[in-house]
Write a protein that binds this ligand. Sequence first.
Ligand code: SF4
Ligand code: FES
Length: 420
Amino acid sequence: MPGNEDEKYLVIFQPSGCRGYIEKGKTLKEASVALGVDIEGVCGEKAICGTCKVRIEEGNFEKYGITSTRDNLSPIGPTERKFFNLQQEEEGYRLACQTKIMGDVVIFVPEESRMGKQVVRKAATDRPIEVKPAVKKYYVELKKATLEDTLGDWERLSNELSKKYDLSNLTIDYQVLMELQNAVRDGDWKVTASIWHEKEVIKVEPGLVEKVYGLAVDVGTSTVAGYLCDMTDGSVVTTGSMMNPQVVYGEDVMSRISFTMTNPNGLEILNGAILDGLNGIAEEVAAAAGIKRQDIVDMSIVGNTCMHHIFLNTDPKYIGRSPFPPSIHHSIDLKARDWGLKIEPEVEIAGKGTYPPCQVKCPAGVNGQDFSYLIAQGKFKEALELVRMAIPFAGVLGRICTHPCEAECERGDVDEPLSL
Ligand code: SF4
Ligand code: FES
């Protein structure tokens, strides 16, 4: 139980998950040493370097049986304060070497404060595919408006797109319409239109623009990987990745679902965390490619069912309860601006949830991927709970099931299917 009579408190470091009971009055830095968490500390804990910054995570962490709050730590003083701006202070940042433990806490160690910073890599594999981009660019030269020809700019553009590229029944995003007149004149009546699925004009740029960038993102339970693609030939220009920032609120899908159910703003917090992460990846890949985030005109995001619900801001509680129906099986298109994504705001984002093929094949819908992941982490109890959500008599079924899941296991393409 947290907070026992020896005046020790439960301290949990994320994203490593290292935890243990630490005496009241010890600093977070001392706790990190005791628990084997490597936090930077160049100045030897003298509050000079500021490299030991950590963030206090507040909320009810049912999984650990504690409520973490900044009141469970010594108050911030003027020495520490000079290392933080107002926003960081509001977000709960502290110096680990100056902050004393007065109660149970969950502490997030940001990447820049970790010694031997973790490198998350997900390389793209080259596979021959038919390139069918959702967004293509079309260059047109328009006739200038005159006193004899006062056709509207949009009609002028759509007529030309129809004549030159046989694109009919086009619509234009309202925000793009507001910028259209300037774009047309800045380009001396020569423009490039980005068109989504040959239906909607989502961007108009002055002059000829040939490059078309799209961002594909795989939101995994533990890592998020982004692939910036040249949509004219499907090649990967650059990649970016990070730990899923939701890890601090739970290491696996069950604990994240539980976090949304036990905290009043739980879904909002997890959704905000992944949006920040996606914006960070967009920024990272755009900088690496020497382009602006706004040059990304398409984004496609996939994730497992739980990640899918959280990034779409739809309540995941029903996928944690039998019979586990998702809010939607198919992909959904959303405007980047409506979703808080800082790429070209008019871009349609395709968000798609995926069920692993083994889970689709399992008559009971056992989530084999997460179940195997939990076992690999040594979390046997949690793994069993996950299986029991689908099949109460796991032992019996395990003996009689003909395991159709294994026929679908993609590991079979490499060597052998996993034996669930
Ligand atoms: S062995 Fe049977 S019950 Fe278990 S995951 Fe595979 S198909 Fe489902
Ligand atoms: S170790 Fe230098 S400020 Fe904390």
